[in-house]
Design a protein around this ligand. Structure first.
Ligand code: FAD
Ligand code: DHB
Length: 396
């Protein structure tokens, strides 16, 4: 089998890249190790930046998002018993974010792929990438016990943090930057009304909490938890009690509660691999970088990589120039490190850091309160938060 671009992974990065290339007439195959249902069952991100919305529109899969998604023009910060609104649109020339779940983005992309008949393989086993340092890269995999080989011009590693692409790069050719945070997020999904009209990010002495949503009737809420905690330790009752204890009194008194329909714990990590190109293989999305979720940047960064990479491939085939692919890693990393910076800042500002090194413990908490007090009273600081939260502009 021969194609132009072999895409490893059917998460949002791989599916979006596949769709943009398909629209541009570039042949591609998506190879995923899990089933479609498994991929759709993973509850992850919920906030899309304008650039991500624009890219989904460009890919022709934005219709349901515009019908069902919720446009948010602000977020709320809760601390010291009170909530403060951060206006996202005023300081950014009218930009906003779209609340629409990653599962829905993925479903829209999968449906479109099925409709247009572009090839996608689910439940591919033993996926391996070969010869990307030369001019004839290949991908091999097993499907139903049969070995397949795909010859291609390029490999796109869209296979997430634990994928095979980054792991196939020789150690001397890649540099990894990593920080693991000493806590996790426990998240639940429930079919009740949101706590407020907008998202609430709360810093409390007991730890961070976030009230988010997927629609007017479905919420996604999180509390900071210990890395030792197990899902079984957290009954729904315990979760709701803990969440309420970390909110301002008004939200705590009025927040709707109900049985969870999903519950999971995620660790928090900052990670960047440099570079993102290895000969004829390119990494995009979580395969190349992880941000702690506090800034809502993970999925958006993946979309930003795909924007740069799809344009680079399109230029390569249409205009016969390698300028875009040659510059991909530099351009993408420049944006990634700014999102890493913002996500780390938000994480540092809002979480309880166990006493130890750096600005942690009681001193750390006092400094966070001062920073938050400064933030909500400084138009310049609020504008800076807003500008980063809605998404920084692209380098063309
Ligand atoms: P992924 O979504 O990870 O997709 C990669 C795909 O590749 C997967 O389908 C995987 O099965 C497949 N794959 C892996 N290995 C192979 C292989 N060897 N061969 C073939 N296929 C393979 N972001 C936020 O903004 N907000 C959040 O609340 C949030 N919560 C998250 C919670 C968790 C538990 C995780 C893991 C991430 C979360 N993120 C969040 C981040 C966000 O979901 C990711 O940034 C986004 O999914 C990245 O998309 P991707 O397509 O690059 O990677
Ligand atoms: C969600 C996740 C985030 O990390 C965030 O910052 C905002 C919202 C969510 O899952 O809805």
């Amino acid at each position: 089998q021969r194609t132009q671009v072999a895409i490893i992974g059917a998460g949002p990065s791989g599916l979006l890249l596949g769709q943009l290339l398909h629209k541009a007439g570039i042949a591609n195959i998506v190879i995923e190790q899990r089933s479609g249902d498994y991929v759709l069952g993973r509850i992850r991100a919920g906030v899309l930046e304008q650039v991500c919305v624009d890219l989904l529109d460009e890919a022709g899969v934005g219709a349901r998002m515009h019908r069902e998604g919720l446009v948010h023009h602000g977020i709320e910060l809760a601390f010291a018993g009170q909530r403060h609104r951060i206006d996202l649109s005023g300081p950014t020339g009218g930009k906003a974010v779209m609340v629409y779940g990653q599962t829905e983005v993925t479903r829209d992309l999968m449906d479109e792929r099925t409709a247009n008949g572009a090839p996608i393989v689910y439940e591919a086993e033993h996926v391996e990438v070969h010869d990307f340092d030369g001019s004839n890269p290949r991908v091999t995999y097993l499907k139903d016990g049969v070995r397949h080989e795909v010859l291609c011009d390029f490999i796109a590693g869209c296979d997430g943090f634990h994928g095979v692409c980054r792991a196939s790069v020789p150690a001397g050719a890649i540099r990894n930057f990593e920080r693991v945070y000493p806590f996790g997020w426990l998240g639940i999904l429930a079919d009740v009304a949101p706590a407020a009209d907008e998202l609430i990010y709360s810093n409390h002495e007991r730890g961070f909490a976030l009230c988010s949503m997927r629609s007017k009737t479905r919420v996604r809420h999180y509390v900071q938890c210990s890395l030792q905690d197990k899902i079984e330790d957290w009954s729904d009752a315990r979760f709701w009690d803990e969440l309420k204890s970390r909110l301002d009194p008004e939200a705590a008194a009025t927040i709707p509660t109900g049985p969870s329909i999903e519950k999971s714990i995620a660790p928090l990590r900052s990670f960047v691999a440099e570079p993102m190109r290895f000969g004829r293989m390119f990494l995009a999305g979580d395969a190349a970088h992880i941000v702690p979720p506090t800034g809502a940047k993970g999925l958006n960064l993946a979309a930003a990589d795909v924007r740069y990479l799809s344009r680079a491939f399109i230029e390569f085939y249409a205009d016969k120039t390698a300028a875009g692919i040659d510059d991909y890693s530099r351009k993408a990393l420049r944006r990634i490190w700014k999102a890493e910076r913002f996500s780390w800042t938000m994480t540092s500002l809002l979480h309880k850091f166990p006493a130890g090194a750096g600005d942690t413990g009681d001193v750390g908490f006092k400094l966070q309160m001062a920073e938050l007090d400064y933030l909500v009273n400084s138009p310049a600081a609020m504008a800076s938060l807003a500008e980063n939260y809605v998404g920084l502009p692209f380098e063309e």
